[in-house]
Design a binder for this molecule. Structure first.
Ligand code: ATP
Ligand code: MG
Length: 357
């Protein structure tokens, strides 16, 4: 039930087009996605409607970012032959399930979500955010459950959202499919539930700090190293990482922001251990030197991505073709889910077909 026709377990995850993709996306989620492409049936959503929650006056930018994110995906190694890359706005099931799922969640439960509170604070949304802003947390449960995935590879900040999705899945199965509240999460589909209770899979670095050294690296906070940055830009941004350390002989703190980057991007573990040892002892090793090594390691990671990206620069047409066939494939799965959900909820009146012309 929760795996594809190919018999592979299904996963879903994605990104909001509020800008380009950055290293936080790579370590938190995309690296894992690339690894799972052979063993799993992968769905990657460009959550363009969610971008409207804070940028409804910038439809052109949202459209441009949606296309650029697909270019970033291709650069990072997502293969549209094996994985389904699609636009949220082309999947009507998502809007329909959002409405239904909103009935299963107490209002205060949605508003208590720490990720929403954090976003309101960090993005300076104050009291003026749209009704659609908190609704996006509910919408995300529909993004995910439309595809009945077993797992969702995400960064740490998304874990509370995923908890909401897990609650919706349990609640739906209990209310409409007679699954007992004693049933273990993993057993829901086997006990007649329409939805699996999907688990969050957090990457090796669940929360990469931005080059400001304080906040999560984020498209919205001007603290990100982008996948599409040039080698020079990368080094310049790495040089900005603030540690507060005064001299190469001062014992340093190896849990600071700079060392998060050492851990995340320098692959040679012996070298990482040596850097940590010398830094902690203040053994004549300056921040500037470490920043050079970190910059080189990041550029080593990004070089093949730059090469792949270059093939897709220029015309948007090939990108739109990838999205078109991805949306068609995604709709086949989502429509199947919607039919199952409507049947369970006593809404199974008529059958329908969906196609692009
Ligand atoms: P925004 O500022 O608009 O919220 P964002 O940079 O947080 O943008 P999202 O589109 O919200 O990006 O997140 C996409 C995915 O990348 C999510 O799974 C999220 O957890 C992960 N992610 C984003 N930033 C980081 C980070 N700094 N470290 C680890 N994972 C991250
Ligand atoms: Mg975010």
């Amino acid at each position: 039930m929760n795996s594809s026709a190919t018999g592979k377990p299904r996963i879903l995850t994605g990104d909001t087009p509020t800008g380009r993709l950055h290293l936080g996306h790579w370590v938190g989620s995309v690296k894992r996605r690339v690894e799972l492409q052979d063993s799993h049936d992968c769905y990657f959503i460009i959550a363009n409607m969610h971008a409207f929650t804070t940028r409804s006056d910038k439809a052109d930018e949202i459209r441009r970012d949606s296309i650029e994110i697909v270019r970033d995906y291709l650069a990072m190694g997502i293969d549209p032959e094996r994985s389904t890359v699609f636009l949220q706005s082309e999947i009507p099931t998502i809007a329909e399930l959002t409405f239904l799922f909103a009935m299963l969640l107490p209002f205060n439960r949605v508003m208590r979500n720490p990720t929403l509170k954090d976003e309101i604070r960090v993005k300076g949304l104050g009291e003026t955010y749209s009704f659609g802003f908190p609704l996006y947390a509910v919408g995300q449960t529909a993004d995910i459950l439309s595809f009945r995935p077993v797992a969702v590879p995400v960064g740490e900040d998304q874990v509370p959202h995923l908890e909401l999705t897990r609650e919706v899945a349990r609640r739906f199965n209990q209310v409409f499919c007679a699954v007992s509240d004693q049933t273990e999460d993993d057993d829901h589909p086997a006990h007649g539930g329409v939805f699996p209770v999907p688990r969050a899979e957090v990457g090796k670095v669940g929360r990469l700090v931005g080059v400001d050294g304080v906040n999560k690296m984020s498209k919205s906070l001007n603290n990100a190293i982008y996948i599409a940055d040039s080698p020079k830009e990368v080094q310049k941004k790495v040089n900005r990482i603030f540690t507060g350390r005064q001299s190469p002989t001062e014992p340093g703190d190896t849990t600071n922001a700079l060392f998060q980057y050492v851990d995340a991007f320098i692959e040679d573990e012996a070298r990482v251990a040596e850097l940590k040892d010398r830094y902690a002892r203040g053994d004549n090793i300056g921040d500037g030197h470490i920043k050079q090594e970190v910059g080189a390691a990041i550029n080593h990671l990004l070089d093949p991505m730059r090469e792949r990206r270059a093939k897709y620069e220029g015309s948007d047409r090939p990108i739109l073709e990838i999205l078109r066939s991805g949306c068609a494939r995604a709709n086949r799965t989502a429509e199947e889910t919607l039919a199952m959900a409507k049947e369970a909820a006593g809404l199974g009146y008529f059958k329908r077909e969906l196609r692009f012309v």
